[in-house]
Design a protein around this ligand. Structure first.
Ligand code: ZN
Length: 264
């Protein structure tokens, strides 16, 4: 017990500055990562905080907590690091502090690791440009009529997606396959038309997508997370686009080989 207490991970509590507080709120995108409730509440002209910054590994662990969390992974160099803290709604924070089981702790560790990775990827690919004209492709998707789409639909047998995404990513695979079936020919034709009329440089767009994919891949292994990060990036680079249209375009690039590798 005394060995635990003298350990360097536990340092005295440090106050959180406003900027760090904002960084925590931004990290969870304004919602409690455990129950999804919104962390700000408007009251008249005021915006009230409905959250607190929780220690994942406690700052002053009780003997029972030391025992429960013994030997488990910890984040950050000490308990006051950004990595060991997370914004939670007041209810979830209270519950976590009173019922710190190994399972609850590891769940929070895995959520925080995912958030840290997502933030790192977001920063790393935010500087990667995407031709503004990609908006033309995305807009053409929202203008498409159903009969055109039906006519251009790919036969399911034409797909090669299965050789890039393992069955463990069942839902991602289904999503991409559905997108490719419905939109591949249409997106291909739109790109070709824009490329021929010199409104867009397809090679350039493809290489920009490829670079962003490779950056994501440096930080993330999970293909669902990579797909999501690329969709978010594309959406941030094309004002007024919808999530669905960006998912369709990223799915196109999965099929045309810029995103994901063939499974060996
Ligand atoms: Zn909550």
């Amino acid at each position: 017990m005394s060995e635990e207490q003298s350990e360097p991970y536990l340092i005295s509590r440090t106050a959180i500055t406003e900027n760090v507080d904002n960084a925590h709120l931004l990290e969870v995108e304004g919602s409690c990562p455990l129950c999804n409730s919104y962390l700000l509440m408007q009251k008249g002209k005021r915006m009230n905080k409905k959250y607190q910054i929780a220690h994942i590994y406690p700052n002053s662990p009780l003997p029972a907590e030391i025992k429960e969390l013994h030997g488990l992974e910890r984040l950050g160099n000490n308990c006051e690091d950004f990595e060991n803290k997370i914004a939670l709604c007041k209810d979830c924070h209270g519950y976590y502090d009173d019922h710190k089981t190994k399972e609850e702790y590891l769940k929070l560790i895995s959520i925080k690791k995912k958030l840290l990775k997502a933030a790192k990827v977001k920063i790393s690919i935010s500087h990667q440009d995407l031709e503004e004209e990609i908006v033309l492709v995305i807009n053409s998707l929202s203008d498409i009529d159903f009969s055109t789409l039906q006519r251009m639909k790919l036969e399911y047998q034409a797909l090669r997606i299965s050789s890039k995404i393992e069955d463990t990513y069942f839902m991602l695979k289904m999503k991409i396959e559905t997108n490719v079936c419905m939109y591949y020919n249409f997106i291909k034709e739109t790109f070709q038309n824009l490329d021929q009329s010199k409104q867009i440089n397809f090679e350039l767009v493809a290489s920009e997508i490829r670079i962003s994919f490779l950056r994501c891949e440096q930080e993330m292994e999970n293909k669902s997370e990579i797909f999501e990060a690329l969709v978010k990036w594309m959406k941030s680079k094309s004002v007024n686009s919808t999530n669905e249209a960006c998912e369709a375009v990223i799915s196109y690039f999965v099929q045309s080989c810029e995103v994901f590798h063939e499974i060996a």
